[in-house]
Design a protein around this ligand. Structure first.
Ligand SMILES: [Zn+2]
Ligand SMILES: [Zn+2]
Length: 245
């Protein structure tokens, strides 16, 4: 076992290699649009606009489809109400939106994240008045093997679009958790209980937007929001590129 300091350095080195590999691949291979197949971009803005939209009536708070203004859970007003004040996603996690996110995540096509994140920034309601954007951190092991965190890439772009700072250090994982995809909805929220810790500087803005790539049950974003509330954030909103309906 390496001492912690060396371990951290070797993590950083492996991460750097992963990132270089990704950037080299993006540089060498001419980019082809995932949707139309033409060369010149990983995803044209007009092709991003054709991805499956998360439209139709949705709960204003949790973005669940089919509801009028509020879904049953959010209308209950009790402790069951999601910890975030609102969630938005421009797309559903289907068709080419799903393909684009998976390519970004597992094949390192991070260039895809820029148009996707811009589309996400477009659906952030102005009245949220976001003051800072925070990416959901990856578990350390997963960050190490992938070399980058797709939520971080997306969050930086969203922050740029909204004209506010991105804060990568406010939200941390307190422990490694098994990948959410392998778990049922109940197990997902149990898996994440207390998994995040928030450290806010005294002067920190109190209206934050937490960004992830995909949301399924909303459990990760809810747990992150809970940690922000405990740390004194006043309004916590959530944004992802796609929602698994
Ligand atoms: Zn295209
Ligand atoms: Zn709802």
């Amino acid at each position: 076992m390496l001492p912690a300091r060396h371990r951290a350095m070797s993590d950083e080195f492996t991460g750097l290699l992963g990132r270089l590999r990704v950037e080299a691949a993006e540089f060498v291979l001419p980019q082809r649009c995932l949707v139309c197949g033409r060369f010149g971009a990983a995803l044209h803005p007009e092709c991003a606009a054709s991805l499956p939209a998360a439209d139709g009536p949705r709960c204003h708070r949790c973005w669940r489809p089919g509801a009028g203004t509020w879904c049953e859970r959010c209308a209950s007003g009790g402790p069951a109400v999601p910890a975030f004040d609102g969630l938005r996603t421009p797309f559903t996690f289907t068709g080419d939106a799903r393909r684009a996110i998976l390519e970004a995540k597992f094949r390192g096509v991070t260039a895809l994240l820029v148009p996707l994140a811009r589309a996400a920034a477009d659906v952030v309601p102005g009245e949220w008045a976001i003051e800072a954007v925070v990416p959901v951190p990856l578990a350390r092991g997963r960050r190490r093997s992938r070399g980058y965190n797709q939520a971080e890439v997306a969050a930086a772009e969203v922050a740029g679009c909204l004209g506010v700072p991105v804060q990568k250090r406010w939200l941390r994982r307190t422990r490694e958790t098994p990948p959410q995809a392998s778990l049922t909805a109940d197990a997902r929220s149990r898996n994440l209980r207390g998994a995040f810790e928030v450290r806010l500087p005294d002067s920190a803005p109190r209206r934050v937007l937490v960004v992830d790539d995909v949301t399924t049950t909303g459990a990760t974003l809810e747990e992150a929001a809970r940690a922000f509330r405990a740390a004194g954030a006043r309004q916590v909103y959530a944004l992802a590129i796609a929602r698994e309906d």
